[in-house]
Design a protein around this ligand. Structure first.
Ligand code: HEM
Length: 160
């Protein structure tokens, strides 16, 4: 069982590093760039800094996914996906899928270029959109973390 405990520890470490970064970008970096740069320069500034974080986030989302699937396989938890009380298992997979798609497919394939083009035409609105997107992703992630910790330690919202 030590392997499951280690997988759980790695799962949480990966999530702390990854979502800590999302929190930092959303609540500190984006507002700081908005305050310090005129609209026309904001996207380039943000993109230059966020690039390094995206590289790191690819590793941490990968590790979170691998350790999560390992735990589900070792503990044989698949039937949880058929029960509403385990909504937080679905939330983990959904959150992971959204970030994985963003980091590996949508951003590199077209979102980066689309946003750069839009930022050249409408810098203020594009930056606002990026901020909103990050706030939404952070809210989804935090809800998932709260649900997963509470659920994994026995809270059942459907049976008070
Ligand atoms: C493919 C994606 C994922 C899978 C398959 C997965 C699977 C799991 C499993 C099987 C557990 C143990 C549950 C238990 O002991 O009853 C767990 C725990 C947990 N997961 Fe995930 N997970 C995934 C992604 C995520 C994501 C994206 C987050 C955060 C946003 C997350 C946050 C957590 C937390 C906070 C715990 C509880 C740790 C604890 O307090 O013991 N997981 N996950």
């Amino acid at each position: 069982m030590i392997d499951i405990t280690l997988a759980r520890a790695l799962h949480v470490v990966a999530i702390v590093l990854w979502l800590g970064g999302v929190g930092m970008v959303t609540t500190v970096l984006l507002p700081a760039i908005r305050r310090q740069h005129p609209p026309a320069g904001r996207f380039a500034q943000f993109h230059a800094i966020e690039h390094g974080f995206a590289r790191q986030a690819r590793w941490t989302t990968g590790l979170a996914g691998a350790t999560g699937v390992y735990m589900a396989w070792r503990l044989d938890l698949w039937d949880r996906f058929a029960a509403a009380e385990f909504w937080w298992m679905h939330a983990m997979v959904a959150t992971w899928a959204v970030f994985t798609l963003m980091l590996f497919v949508i951003e590199p394939l077209f979102l980066d270029r689309l946003l750069a083009r839009r930022a050249a035409r409408q810098p203020e609105a594009t930056y606002r959109l990026i901020e909103r997107l990050h706030r939404g992703l952070l809210a989804l992630s935090l809800l998932t973390v709260a649900g997963a910790v509470a659920g994994a330690h026995g809270l059942n919202l459907f049976d008070w």
